[in-house]
Design a protein around this ligand. Structure first.
Ligand code: SF4
Length: 326
């Protein structure tokens, strides 16, 4: 049976999330300014306990400072000051970043500043001797090292958080990452992993039915790996699967399954009304919040403890209104 776990609406603590310091208004940019993000600082801060860091300041480059850029091999670029590419500062920069990266295993997510040769997540230019950028782009050096060291940590750029689908997916992963770490601590047993899997049935199904079945087989007793190995492998597959936003048609499949739980509880005309709303969502006439809220309303009254424990209903705090946008 699923364990009773606080949903994101019931959490009494904030979730630890790393962030580029300039996004919180710290004057750490090369020009002595900041890149304050209202959404991060005023909205997500209600739920996130931020740990801010500026890798360029940590490397001792000072503020203000000359601009930096990446040069050379796009697979392994070096960091230089834009006006003095003779001086390779990669080692100094990475020494400070690597020291900081040693102790981030408590984080459940990381928000990064876009376009920075240090913090950018993608599309960072890597300049060549001819003065032009290589066609292949890179991640900033800090972010590259962060993702190498913590490959399953949900990471996103502040600019991409303006995209409703990417924002939804990032928050889903942050809260799932947090839930997994709390539900499956050091003393966790197989029954805890099975309970977690049970609660995440419809969430995983919305992303991939084959993966849901694969994870179920891992926990069926036939997989003879030691528990900690199995737990690690489960988490790896889970986070990788969730990293791609769920398709609308997959949500529709999940919603139809959920309507099935009302079969003996409500009149056929009520079920038809709910299915009509699912079809409206399939056609893009209403957002995801509409069918999910309607279904959850009925299932709270007529559904089992099992179905009401599904993380699919409240994957992130409801006041964020995320499902009104996807
Ligand atoms: S983008 Fe990163 S390196 Fe640049 S100012 Fe912000 S925190 Fe510092």
């Amino acid at each position: 049976m699923p364990h009773s776990q606080p949903s994101p609406d019931q959490l009494t603590h904030k979730i630890p999330v790393g962030i580029s310091a300039c996004l919180l208004g710290e004057n750490v940019r090369y020009n002595g300014g900041h890149s304050h993000s209202d959404y991060c600082d005023k909205i997500l801060s209600h739920y996130f306990d931020y740990q801010k860091f500026c890798p360029e300041v940590a490397a001792g480059f000072g503020t203000p400072r000359p601009t930096l850029r990446l040069e050379g091999n796009p697979d392994n670029p070096r960091m230089v000051f834009s006006k003095n590419s003779e001086e390779d500062v990669s080692d100094v920069f990475m020494a400070a970043s690597n020291k900081y990266l040693e102790n981030l295993s408590h984080l459940d997510g990381y928000i990064l500043m876009k376009k920075s040769p240090s913090c950018g997540m993608e599309r960072i230019k890597v300049y060549q001797e001819n003065g032009h950028p290589h066609m292949q782009r890179s991640a900033g050096l800090f972010t590259k090292a962060l993702q190498q060291r913590y490959p399953l940590l949900p990471v996103e750029e502040d600019g991409r958080l303006n995209d409703p689908a990417l924002r939804e997916n990032f928050l889903l992963r942050v809260f799932t990452h947090h839930d997994f770490r709390h539900s499956l601590g050091e003393d966790a047993k197989m029954k805890d992993l099975i309970a977690f899997h049970s609660r995440y049935k419809y969430m995983v199904m919305a992303h991939s039915q084959p993966i849901y079945r694969k994870l179920g087989r891992m926990l069926s007793g036939n997989d003879k790996r030691p528990f900690n190995e199995l737990k690690t492998a489960y988490f790896d597959i889970l986070m990788t699967t969730l990293s791609k936003p769920a398709a609308r048609k997959n949500h529709c499949n999940v919603l139809m399954h959920l309507v099935g739980y009302l079969k003996h509880a409500v009149d056929v005309s009520v079920r038809k009304d709910i299915l009509d709303v699912v079809e409206q969502y399939r056609r893009g006439e209403v957002n995801l919040a509409t069918p999910v809220t309607l279904l959850h309303h009925y299932l709270k009254h007529y559904g089992s403890e099992y179905i009401n424990s599904q993380s699919y209903f409240i994957p992130y705090p409801s006041p964020l209104g995320i499902r009104n946008t996807v």
